[in-house]
Design a protein around this ligand. Structure first.
Ligand code: DX5
Ligand code: ZN
Length: 214
């Protein structure tokens, strides 16, 4: 699956920018609060408007403090998948429960330096694991291949039938890096600059699909 990240899109033309990637599986929406990460993007009002403007399922990536309070409203609004950070809460499973109760899939994200082992037990409470392959906060950074070991660990558990999860990667994905991520067992690839910093975002999505399969 390919999930273009609108972080690199033109925020004044979000409906058009979503339409430009109509063949995508998910549309990745980066919510940043200038506290959990040193950047500020958009929040629930923009997500609510975007939900009316596109049929692509929204994959909301919340890089925010206090997800227990702020994550469930994204599910209530109609987001398909709501992902928050393991580093931002003491009880990720409780947040996942509330997201699911509000009608969305629940995702757990981990930063590049966060190990996966402490979270393996609770991954059964989640539908998605989002492995960050850059420090969260900004688009256009370089891919960190060392995080792929975490993806391989989880892939093995999924293939063994011990977990049911979409394994997603976010940061630095482009035509040169996507194949190694695919080889590590990633199911869903987020790409911001590689899609929107091009003349033809739709063609960029197709090129990423081809490169992932190569
Ligand atoms: C970064 C965001 C990413 C970002 C990726 O914190 O979570 O989704 O848009 O951008 P690229 O693909 O340019 O690395
Ligand atoms: Zn993201």
């Amino acid at each position: 699956m390919i999930a273009p990240s609108i972080l690199s899109a033109d925020f004044a033309r979000l409906a058009d920018e979503a339409a430009a990637v109509a063949g995508s599986d998910w549309l990745h929406v980066d919510v940043m609060d200038a506290h959990f990460v040193p950047n500020l993007t958009l929040g629930l009002p923009v997500v609510s408007s975007l939900l009316k403007a596109t049929d692509i399922p929204l994959d909301c990536h919340l890089m925010i403090e206090d997800p227990a309070r702020w994550a469930p409203p994204y599910a209530e609004a109609g987001a398909y998948n709501v992902t928050f950070h393991a580093e931002a809460t003491d009880d990720p499973s409780a947040v996942a429960r509330d997201i699911r109760a509000a009608g969305a899939k629940a995702g757990l994200s981990i930063k590049p330096n966060t190990p996966i082992e402490p979270y393996l037990e609770i991954l059964r409470d989640f539908d998605t694991l989002l492995v960050m392959s850059v420090e969260p906060g900004f688009g256009g950074q370089s891919f960190m291949p060392e995080v792929l070991d975490k993806a391989r660990t989880v892939r093995r558990l999924v293939d063994a039938g011990e977990l049911r999860l979409v394994v997603e990667i976010d940061g630095g994905i482009n035509e040169d890096t996507i194949a190694q991520a695919a080889e590590a067992g990633i199911d869903c690839f987020v790409a911001g600059s590689a899609v929107y910093n091009t003349d033809d975002p739709g063609r960029a999505v197709s090129a990423l699909r081809a490169a992932a399969a190569s």
